[in-house]
Design a protein around this ligand. Structure first.
Ligand SMILES: NC(=O)c1ccc[n+]([C@@H]2O[C@H](COP(=O)([O-])OP(=O)(O)OC[C@H]3O[C@@H](n4cnc5c(N)ncnc54)[C@H](OP(=O)(O)O)[C@@H]3O)[C@@H](O)[C@H]2O)c1
Length: 320
C-alpha cells in the first residue's frame, strides 16, 4: 500500500485531503502535525514534528519508509513575522526535501500558491505567466518551489507543484474568519466590482489533483493550477452570509481604489510600528479579493484532473 507523508496535516487542506483519501483511496497516511489534537480527522497516523526542527523530521524518515511526500504545511498567515515565512517555507522545505531524497522517497508534490505571480493585468492567466512575487509569503513559496524542482529533477524523483488560489473549506483559518467578522455585524462586504470572478479551491479537489499528478509520474517537475470553481465575489459573499444566517444583512460597497488605499495604509502602519510584523491586510490581499483573478486549468485537466466541488458544496463545508 502506498505510504504518503502529509505535512501540515492539522490545517484546513491537510484535514480535507486526509478525509478525501480515507473515503476514496487505500493509502497509508502519516500526518505531520506540530501538536496532536483529539479532533483530528481519522484515517491517518499523526506524528509530531516541526519544519523548523530538522531532527524531528529526521526521526520520521528513519522510522518509516515513505513512498510519497505531499508537502502541504507552511507558514500562511499574513500576520506572521516575515522571517518565519523564510524559516518555515524556504528553509523547512529545504530540510524536508533533503531528508526525503536521502531516504529514497519516490515522489514529492507541493502545495504552492498563485501568489507567486504577483501583479497581473489579464483576468485569467496560465502557468507560463511571468513570476513576480510581491510579499515575503509569496517569495518564500517561490523559493520552496525552486528547491523542490531542482532537487527532484536532480534525484530523479517524480512529482509536481500545485499552485493553489484561495483555499476554502472546513476549518479555513484565513479568509473565512475575516468574512464572518463582517457577517457578525450583519454586513455583507462587496469589494471592488462585486461581479468580478475569483478562483477558489476546496481541499477535496486538491486531493484529486494530487492523485492526477501522482498517477502520471512526471519526471519533469511542472506547476499546475488547481481550481474547484470561479464564482463571482457577490455569489461567494451572499452564499457565505446565507449559510452563516445572521439576517438581515446590509451591503457595504467598498470600491477597489479605496480597498487598495486602505491596504496600503495598513501595510505602512505595520511596517513603521514595532514589532514590525507583516500587515494583517496587504495590497496583495486586496488584489486577490478585489479584482477579477482566475487561473486556467487546462494543464492539470490534461493530467486527468476534474473538480467535484461547486460553490454551494464549498460554502456548506466551510460554514459550520
Ligand atoms: N489558505 C489559502 O488560501 C492558500 C492559498 C494558496 C496556497 N496555500 C498553501 O496551501 C498550503 C495549505 O494551506 P492551508 O490554508 O491549509 O493552511 P493552514 O490551514 O494554515 O495550515 C497550515 C498547516 O501548516 C502547519 N505548519 C505551520 N507551521 C509549521 C511548522 N513550522 N512546522 C510544521 N507544520 C507547520 C500548520 O500546523 P498548526 O496546525 O500547528 O498551525 C498547519 O497544519 C500552505 O502551504 C499554503 O501556503 C494556501
Amino acid at each position: 500500500m502506498k505510504k504518503i507523508l502529509i505535512t501540515g496535516a492539522s490545517g484546513c487542506t491537510g484535514q480535507g485531503v486526509i478525509k478525501y483519501f480515507r473515503e476514496n483511496h487505500a493509502y497509508e497516511i502519516l500526518g505531520l502535525v506540530r501538536k496532536k489534537r483529539r479532533d483530528l480527522e481519522p484515517g491517518a497516523r499523526y506524528i509530531e514534528g516541526d519544519l523548523q526542527d530538522r531532527s524531528s523530521l529526521e526521526k520520521i524518515f528513519r522510522e518509516s519508509r515513505i513512498d510519497s511526500l505531499f508537502h502541504v504545511g507552511g507558514a500562511v498567515d499574513p500576520h506572521n513575522n516575515k522571517e518565519l515565512f523564510y524559516r518555515v517555507n524556504k528553509q523547512g522545505t529545504r530540510e524536508l526535501v533533503d531528508l526525503a531524497v536521502r531516504a529514497g522517497v519516490g515522489e514529492i508534490i507541493y502545495c504552492s500558491s498563485t501568489s507567486v505571480y504577483g501583479k497581473f493585468d489579464q483576468p485569467q492567466i496560465d502557468e507560463e505567466h511571468p513570476l513576480n512575487p510581491q510579499g515575503h509569503y509569496a517569495r518564500s513559496k517561490l523559493m520552496a518551489e525552486n528547491i523542490i524542482t531542482r532537487e527532484c529533477e536532480k534525484a530523479g524523483i517524480t512529482g509536481g507543484i500545485l499552485r493553489l488560489p484561495i483555499i476554502l473549506g472546513k476549518n479555513d483559518r484565513h479568509l473565512y474568519p475575516r468574512l464572518i467578522l463582517f457577517n457578525r455585524f450583519h454586513i455583507i462586504p462587496m469589494f471592488g466590482d462585486p461581479g468580478h470572478r475569483l478562483s477558489i479551491v476546496h481541499p477535496g479537489d486538491i486531493a484529486r489533483a494530487f492523485v492526477a499528478v501522482s498517477e502520471k509520474r512526471f519526471r519533469k517537475i511542472n506547476s499546475f493550477h488547481v481550481v474547484s470553481c470561479n464564482p463571482t465575489f457577490r455569489e461567494l459573499m451572499l452564499k457565505t452570509a446565507g449559510a452563516y444566517n445572521r439576517n438581515p444583512y446590509y451591503t457595504l460597497y467598498i470600491p477597489y481604489p479605496l480597498l487598495y488605499a486602505g491596504a496600503f495604509l495598513i501595510e505602512m502602519t505595520f511596517r513603521g510600528v514595532p514589532p514590525y510584523k507583516e500587515a494583517t491586510f496587504s495590497r496583495e490581499y486586496a488584489r486577490m479579493i478585489g479584482r477579477e483573478w482566475t487561473f486556467a486549468t487546462s494543464r492539470i485537466e490534461k493530467a486527468g484532473y476534474s473538480p467535484i466541488m461547486d460553490i454551494d458544496a464549498i460554502v456548506n463545508d466551510m460554514v459550520p
